[in-house]
Design a protein around this ligand. Structure first.
Ligand code: 3HC
Length: 297
């Protein structure tokens, strides 16, 4: 089961990266968005990132300027933006990377179930919802997996491949092979809350915010402790800003609803407060820190 043509629904923070890595791997990609403005923004980000990677390849002597530019142009040429989900009909794999709202995702998969070709594989990039619920909504649960990428998709080397009790073996194998083809290390996960990474990472972020609330240490010192003490590229509070405070809150809210007695999922008040104030982290320019683009100010 070879994946040659990929559809990605949602061209935001995660979706644009998934579009890009699939196109870089030589696949044709249809990127679907709901509005022209969102599509333009996503495609613009891809262009910027592809050019950045091309310049880096030249700098490192991995390609001549001519080769790198030709490569970048070929990658961009494989991407087709669309506002029409009907353009996904002949895709071998359709990856959903829309808003983290289970009802919206289920409605999307019900629609995709009615228009995708019979052999298509469906995948959700959800970071926390039960994959089986979307699988059932699609009407094709045996052809459904989770494909959970990490932010920034272009640079982070992992993809979690989530199989439900209904996923066909050959579908799982094809999804795993897709992960490898786009340059990632795939790991197999069961359909559990947060899979592997977020089940460990989100409670760690929660602990860091609870420390901040208790006044155990400043945000800068908590972050410096993990960066310099454990060699993490970012401290937990910077990372929470980087992931998005709204995203982190919505992951936790979903878990609290399902597992109200799990202390690791307790929602820190300071997180709720920042989101209520519209301070969403990097994406809004301010969270626990101030941001200028992708960098802390
Ligand atoms: N495309 C291409 N190149 C990019 C890029 C992109 N989207 N983003 C950054 N880069 C490049 C930069 O231009 C820079 O290039 P240079 O070395 O030529 O200057 C290089 O990558 C390194 O980036 P930066 O200089 O900005 O800074 P860092 O060295 O700190 O690297 C980072 C940035 C890779 C994000 C690193 O800080 C990191 O690994 N942070 C942790 C990220 C992480 O943990 N992500 C997982 C989040 S959890 C998640 O996603 C799950 C979800 O469900 C919640």
């Amino acid at each position: 089961m070879e994946i040659k043509k990929v559809g990605v629904v949602g061209c935001g923070l995660m979706g644009h990266g998934i579009v890009q890595v699939a196109a870089q791997a030589g696949m044709d990609v249809v990127a679907v968005e709901a509005e022209q403005g969102f599509l333009d923004k996503g495609l613009g980000r891809i262009e910027k990132s592809v050019k950045k990677l091309a310049a880096k390849a030249v700098e490192k002597g991995k390609a001549t300027e001519e080769q790198a530019n030709a490569n970048a142009a070929a990658t961009l040429g494989r991407i087709h933006g669309s506002l029409d989900k009907a353009d996904l009909a002949d895709c071998d794999l359709i990856v959903e990377a829309i808003v983290e709202d289970l009802d919206v995702k289920k409605a999307l998969f019900a629609e995709l179930g009615g228009l995708a070709k019979p052999g298509a594989i469906f995948a959700s990039n959800t970071s926390s919802f039960p994959v089986i619920e979307m699988a059932e909504a699609s009407g094709r649960p045996e052809r459904f997996v989770g494909l959970h990428f990490f932010n920034p998709v272009q640079l982070m080397r992992l993809v979690e491949v989530v199989r439900t009790e209904k996923t066909d073996d050959e579908v799982f194998a094809a999804a795993r092979a897709f992960g490898e083809a786009v340059g990632k290390k795939p790991v197999a996960c069961k359909d559990t809350p947060g899979f592997v990474v977020n089940r460990l990472l989100v409670p760690y972020m929660v602990q860091s915010l609870q420390m901040l609330e208790r006044g155990d240490a400043t945000a800068d010192d908590i972050d410096a402790a993990m960066q310099f003490g454990c060699g993490y590229p970012m401290g937990p509070i910077t990372l929470t800003d980087y992931v998005g405070l709204d995203t982190t809150l919505s992951i936790l809210e979903g878990w609290v609803e399902r597992y109200p007695n799990e202390p690791a999922f307790a929602i820190p008040e300071c997180l709720r407060q920042k989101v209520a104030e519209g301070k969403l982290g990097r994406k809004s320019g301010e969270g626990f820190y101030k941001w200028e683009g992708d960098k802390r100010a």
